[in-house]
Design a protein around this ligand. Structure first.
Ligand SMILES: [Zn+2]
Length: 423
């Protein structure tokens, strides 16, 4: 055994173009995406130990103890870091296909919500589901995320809206986070998704639900959710309610996120900057001043084009955020109402076709940008030593197929934490 060499228990060779997203740290990495021609990756215990040109692999890495099943040959295809989907709502029961069709027949999202549809439809189904049913649904969805190349999935509660069901959804996410062969899961508590039906109709009811979130749920779930998020929108929670909830959460050790400025200029983006949130998400109606405040506060702007696609409304401009110097993340917002997709490749395609972003910018936003939006940029989002071995191999030999060849799954193989995932 050569002491100078890195030990490895997993290796990927035969890559035509290895997109590292680490142009500064990986030898031979070129361009803004850090592409290594004929690249290779070696890992041990689920962590990358070496990345570089394949011809340098044997000189740098001892691969003698790599089991035959852990030698992956990309067969001349392109590879890149797994997608980091930093905004999803993947734990729920029920289906809203009928509502989707109604909406596209002219009934507005807000009108559907006012009729007790929308989120409340899913709340009813989620509360009624058996824990094992919810677990199985969530697992199936994570497998689908993995098959589409996603290796980290943030997941929000918010379809329980009572202490028991919110706790159940968090528990499911924490359990699934430990299952090999699935993407990593980052749990977020979104008890402030909407006012539950039993608290609706009076100001006292609203206040009582905000009290419940602040005084019972947040303390009970501290340590079980990495983030606290609030749906700050005119159909959901006001800026004042959002501030109270998020300040309480921050005091209990949660990191903060905010659904902000999706449907109007509600002040959510300014609140995210004021409170030092890790990300502000949606931002369709964020003004220039909002964006400057977010940038100054180091908040990542997360754009969710699946919502615009599904709702049939204009897309938020990625160009505008980038020109203001904001770090941008792309995410699916996977949810049963306004963005029912597990496919980050489609988000990349929409960013390029409709949001003024280049492919380089879109791929960066879908990987490193997502990692920043979760505060785990030292762990995931690029292929470099020390990070998790989260790699996807495409069906073709060039990552530039992404966005160009859209609406189909271009991912042939997903490896999450060094393990083949999604099968
Ligand atoms: Zn969302």
């Amino acid at each position: 055994m050569d002491q100078q060499k890195q030990q490895a228990d997993w290796v990927l060779t035969g890559v035509s173009r290895l997109v590292t997203l680490a142009p500064g740290t990986v030898a031979g990495a070129e361009g803004p995406l850090g592409v290594v021609q004929r690249g290779a990756v070696a890992a041990k215990d689920g962590r990358i130990v070496w990345v570089g040109p394949e011809e340098a692999l044997d000189g740098a890495v001892d691969t003698s103890s790599v089991a035959p099943g852990a030698r992956q040959d990309a067969g001349g295809r392109a590879a890149l870091p797994g997608f980091v989907d930093s905004h999803t709502h993947f734990v729920f029961a029920g289906n809203r296909a009928e509502e989707f069709q109604l909406r596209h027949a002219g009934v507005s999202y807000e009108e559907i919500a006012a009729r007790g549809g929308g989120i409340l439809n899913t709340v009813r189904a989620t509360r009624a589901a058996l824990p094992e049913e919810l677990w199985a649904l969530a697992r199936q969805r994570l497998l689908s995320f993995a098959r589409h190349g996603t290796t980290t999935v943030e997941g929000k509660t918010g379809y329980g809206l009572d202490a028991v069901t919110e706790a159940r959804c968090l528990e499911i996410m924490n359990e699934l986070a430990a299952v090999p062969g699935l993407p990593a899961v980052v749990p977020t508590f979104l008890g402030a998704h909407t006012i539950p039906p039993e608290y609706r109709g009076t100001p006292e009811g609203r206040a009582a639900y905000v009290d419940l979130v602040c005084e019972e749920m947040l303390p009970a779930f501290a340590g079980r959710a990495r983030f606290c998020d609030v749906f700050c929108e005119r159909t959901a929670f006001t800026v004042e309610e959002s501030r109270r909830i998020l300040e309480r959460a921050r005091g209990l050790g949660y990191l903060l996120k905010l659904h902000a400025n999706q449907l109007g200029d509600t002040g959510g983006a300014r609140l995210a900057a004021e409170l030092g949130a890790v990300s502000a998400d949606h931002l369709d109606f964020a003004g220039g001043t909002d964006l400057d405040l977010l940038r100054a506060a180091g908040v990542t702007g997360t754009l969710l084009p699946g919502c615009s696609f599904s709702l049939g409304v204009p897309y938020p401009s990625g160009r505008r955020l980038l020109e203001r110097g904001l770090r941008v993340a792309l995410a699916t917002d996977f949810n049963p109402g306004t963005s029912y997709t597990e496919n980050m490749q489609m988000m990349v395609a929409l960013a390029v076709s409709a949001m003024g972003m280049t492919l380089d910018e879109a791929l960066t936003a879908a990987t490193l940008g997502g990692a920043h939006a979760l505060g785990i940029e030292r762990e995931v989002g690029s292929l470099e030593p020390g990070k998790r071995c989260d790699v996807i191999v495409l069906r073709g030999d060039d990552e530039r197929e992404l966005a160009y060849h859209f609406g189909v799954n271009l991912v042939a193989l997903t490896v999450a934490r060094g393990v083949v995932s999604g099968t």
